[in-house]
Design a binder for this molecule. Structure first.
Ligand SMILES: Nc1ncnc2c1ncn2[C@@H]1O[C@H](COP(=O)(O)OP(=O)(O)OP(=O)(O)O)[C@@H](O)[C@H]1O
Ligand SMILES: [Mg+2]
Length: 356
C-alpha cells in the first residue's frame, strides 16, 4: 500500500477548467472519502488518479512516484465502478481471475488469490455463476473481488453502492469498511452522499465546484466546519442557520436576530458591531424552554420512535429540531427554544467563513 498526494492538480476539458488546483494528502492505509454535490469534479479527480484522464496541471504521486505520465496499468491501483462493469459471458471466478490472466500471473497463485478473495467476500458458493444469476449486492461483491485479487497499492471506488437499494447499501457500506479494516489498503472512495462519507471515511475531503472546501475527520467536519457550505452539507438534518448581527457589550458578544431577540453567544468574538452573521445550530442542540430566546412556530411533528423531528419556522427561516425524547407538540404551536451555546457556530453572512 501507498500514500497518494495531489499537488495543485487542475483539469480542463477543452476551454473549461473544472478542477481549479486541488491539494490533498491521502495517508497510507487511510480510507479517504471525496464527497460533494453532483458535478463538482469527484469522478474526474478519481479518474485522474487511475490514469484514465490526463492531468492538465499539477502533480499526482502514488507513494513517492509521480504518476502523471504513467499508464493506468503501471500504477498498481484497482478501481471499482458504480455499474460494476462485470463481463456477462464470464463466471464469477473468471471475472475475478481475468485481470490476473491479462497480467500473465502464475496460475496457481491466481487460483489462490481468487479463493482468498471469494472467502473474504462470501462468494465461494457463487464462483460458477454468471453475473445475470446474481443479485445487485452479489454483483457488487464480485466487482470488489476483482479489485482485491490484484492486491493493489490503492483501491479507488466511484459511488460503488449507488445502484443498490437503501438496505443493501447500508449493509455493503459496513462490509467495505470492515474489508478495509482487514486489508488496510489505501482507499479513495467517491460519493455524493454525506452519510456514506461520515460513516465510512477516516478522512473526508469536501469538494464544491472543483475546489476542496475542507479536509478532516468526520467529527472534525461536523464540529468545526470552516464555512457555511461544509456546515450545511455535512450533517442530516442540516445545520440551522439564522440571520442576525453581532453586538458587543457587557463583557461578551451577543447575537441579535431579525425579530429583535438577543442572547449571548461567546465571551469574545472577533467582529464588528452590527456585522451581518449567520447563527448556526444543529438540530440536536436545541431544547424546549418557554424562556428561551428563539421563538418558533412548529409546522410538522414527526415521531420516528427513538427521536422526534420537528420542522418549524423562525420568521422566514425553516428550522429542524431533533429531540431524543417524546414531545407533546401540535402543528401551529408557538414554542421557545434554547440553543446550547457551547455547540453553536457563527459565520460571516457575506463570505460564509466561520468566525472564531
Ligand atoms: N469528458 C468530459 N468532457 C467535458 N466535460 C466533462 C467531461 N467529464 C466531466 N465533465 C464535466 O466536469 C464536471 C465534473 O464532472 P464529474 O463527473 O467529475 O462530477 P462528479 O462530482 O463526479 O458528479 P456526480 O456526483 O454527478 O458523479 C461536470 O461539469 C462535467 O460535466
Ligand atoms: Mg461522479
Amino acid at each position: 500500500m501507498a500514500s497518494v498526494t495531489l499537488r495543485g492538480v487542475k483539469k480542463s476539458f477543452q476551454d473549461t477548467e473544472i478542477l481549479h488546483g486541488v491539494d490533498i494528502t491521502i495517508p497510507e492505509g487511510s480510507f479517504t472519502v471525496l464527497v460533494g454535490p453532483s458535478g463538482c469534479g469527484k469522478s474526474t479527480l478519481l479518474r485522474m488518479l487511475a490514469g484514465l484522464e490526463e492531468v492538465t496541471a499539477g502533480e499526482i504521486f502514488i507513494g513517492d512516484r509521480c504518476v502523471n505520465n504513467m499508464q493506468p496499468k503501471e500504477r498498481d491501483i484497482a478501481m471499482v465502478f458504480q455499474n460494476y462493469a462485470l463481463y456477462p459471458h464470464m463466471t464469477v471466478r473468471e471475472n475475478m481471475a481475468f485481470s490476473l490472466k491479462l497480467a500473465k500471473a502464475d496460475k496457481e497463485d491466481s487460483l489462490r488469490r481468487v479463493q482468498r478473495a471469494s472467502e473474504i467476500l462470501g462468494l465461494t458458493e457463487l464462483l460458477e455463476r454468471y453475473p445475470r444469476q446474481l443479485s445487485g449486492g452479489q454483483r457488487q461483491r464480485v466487482a470488489m473481488g476483482r479489485a482485491i485479487v490484484r492486491d493493489p497499492q490503492v483501491f479507488l471506488f466511484d459511488e460503488p453502492l449507488s445502484n443498490l437499494d437503501a438496505k443493501l447499501r447500508v449493509q455493503m457500506r459496513t462490509e467495505i469498511k470492515s474489508l478495509h479494516q482487514r486489508l488496510k489498503t489505501t482507499s479513495v472512495y467517491v460519493t455524493h452522499d454525506q452519510i456514506e462519507a461520515m460513516t465510512m471515511g477516516d478522512q473526508i475531503v469536501v469538494m464544491r465546484d472543483g475546489i476542496v472546501e475542507q479536509v478532516g475527520g468526520p467529527l472534525d467536519l461536523y464540529e468545526n466546519p470552516v464555512n457555511t457550505f461544509v456546515a450545511g452539507f455535512i450533517g442530516s438534518p442540516a445545520m440551522n442557520m439564522l440571520p442576525g448581527k453581532l453586538s458587543h457589550g457587557n463583557g461578551g458578544t451577543d447575537i441579535e436576530l431579525n425579530d429583535g431577540a438577543r442572547f449571548r453567544v461567546r465571551e469574545s468574538v472577533v467582529g464588528q458591531d452590527g456585522q451581518a452573521v449567520l447563527f448556526g445550530t444543529r438540530p440536536e442542540h436545541l431544547s424546549i424552554d418557554d424562556a428561551g430566546p428563539l421563538k418558533v412556530v412548529a409546522n410538522v411533528i414527526e415521531p420516528t420512535g427513538a427521536d422526534t423531528f420537528v420542522a418549524c419556522k423562525h420568521l422566514d427561516t425553516e428550522m429542524t429540531i431533533v429531540f431524543r425524547h417524546r414531545v407533546d407538540l401540535v402543528p401551529e404551536q408557538t414554542l421557545g427554544l434554547r440553543p446550547d451555546v457551547a455547540h453553536t457556530h457563527l459565520f460571516d453572512a457575506r463570505s460564509g467563513l466561520v468566525i472564531k
